[in-house]
Design a protein around this ligand. Structure first.
Ligand code: HEC
Ligand code: HEC
Length: 286
């Protein structure tokens, strides 16, 4: 290299670089630069991938927790306030406190909350009927939330679910399917291990339908295969009109509601005993 101006020197370096590139040999510095280029490209790719992910990520999250309707969102707020402690986040249950509510349906919620059994006050063998804590609107919202979370049985619309029911047919169906636990009178009875079949006295049409559809506690589920909706209407008609009103044989509930016969026997026994003592007393005097 005999050149001495800076321009010549630059030209020389350029020629040298060209020659090296042509001969296919890279200087260590060239390789380093190429590695740097790869790293930059990789970074840019990662960056882009991240960007694309963030654009689509909200859509992915929305699939995790189903999009809830307004009513269900209100129901979720109520749930998170007073049910979550026993039934867990997203109603998935808490070991030893409360079962998962996935798939129990709005029918079960309406039955449990509408009959005041839920929210349960404390752990007991069987949640008892109490005055309902929530309004009908709130119960509907809670039910909607559980329905949208996991599906499950739903009740038909309307208050009078006995409509169209045949009381006589209902009476037969009742004696076959229900009387073993709830007694012929509908007064209920004790079951094993501290559990009991309650009286049907306070139940509404919807609660009767819901109890059959969801089978709370030891009660079997009477799905539409076991008892068609028409047969359920027959049973409801019998319980509400046959048992509770004109079919009521009279008499005291704690004597089994067998009608005047039970009371008659009681009065007869008391009367006879009194007469016997009276005649003994008279005999003793004379
Ligand atoms: C103190 C705990 C506790 C609280 C609070 C509670 N539950 Fe329960 N829940 C239980 C237990 C235990 C059971 C199962 C026992 C039973 O059915 O008697 C149950 C059962 C249920 C069932 C019946 C599930 C089925 O299999 O059909 C529903 C529905 C339900 N709860 C809804 C609710 C709702 C809604 C709330 C809030 C308003 C609530 N629970 C609050 C403990 C609780
Ligand atoms: C194996 C016993 C058994 C049979 C059979 C049975 N039940 Fe029940 N039933 C129960 C038990 C136990 C409960 C209480 C559930 C609870 O407290 O969570 C109950 C609760 C109910 C309730 C709720 C009462 C209330 O507080 O409002 C209704 C309504 C009901 N049953 C109707 C029926 C009808 C109608 C049939 C027949 C189609 C029937 N049951 C058959 C055991 C039974």
């Amino acid at each position: 290299m005999t050149s001495d101006t800076p321009a010549d020197r630059r030209a020389d370096r350029g020629r040298g670089l060209l020659a090296r590139l042509r001969s296919g040999r890279a200087t260590p510095r060239g390789r380093g630069r190429r590695r740097l280029g790869t790293a930059v490209r990789l970074l840019v790719a990662l960056f882009l991938a991240g960007g694309v992910y963030t654009v689509f990520a909200p859509g992915l999250q929305a699939q995790d927790t189903p999009q809830l309707s307004r009513a269900a969102e209100d129901g979720q707020a109520l749930f998170d306030q007073s049910c979550i402690s026993c039934h867990g986040r997203n109603a998935q249950g808490v070991e030893g406190r409360g079962p998962s509510l996935i798939g129990v349906g709005s029918a079960s919620v309406e039955f449990q909350v509408g009959s005041g059994r839920m929210p349960m006050a404390r752990q007991e063998a069987q949640a008892e009927r109490k005055p309902a804590v929530y309004t009908e609107e709130e119960i509907r919202q809670l039910g909607q939330y559980i329905q949208e979370l996991g599906g499950g049985p739903q009740l038909p619309d309307g208050e009078m679910l006995r409509n169209g029911g045949d009381i006589a047919v209902g009476g037969q169906l009742y004696r076959i399917n229900c009387s073993s636990c709830h007694a012929f009178s509908g007064g209920g009875g004790a079951l094993s291990s501290g559990k009991f079949a309650p009286s049907l006295e306070p139940s509404t049409d919807r609660q009767l339908y819901a109890a059959m559809l969801t089978g709370p506690q030891n009660m079997p589920v009477f799905g539409d295969n076991q008892l068609t909706p028409e047969q359920k209407a027959d049973i409801i008609a019998f319980v509400q009109e046959g048992l509770k009103t004109d079919g009521d044989p009279g008499g005291l509930t704690n004597l089994g509601r067998y009608g005047p016969v039970t009371e008659g026997i009681a009065i007869f026994l008391v009367g006879i005993t009194a007469l016997v003592f009276a005649s003994l007393w008279i005999a003793g005097k004379s």
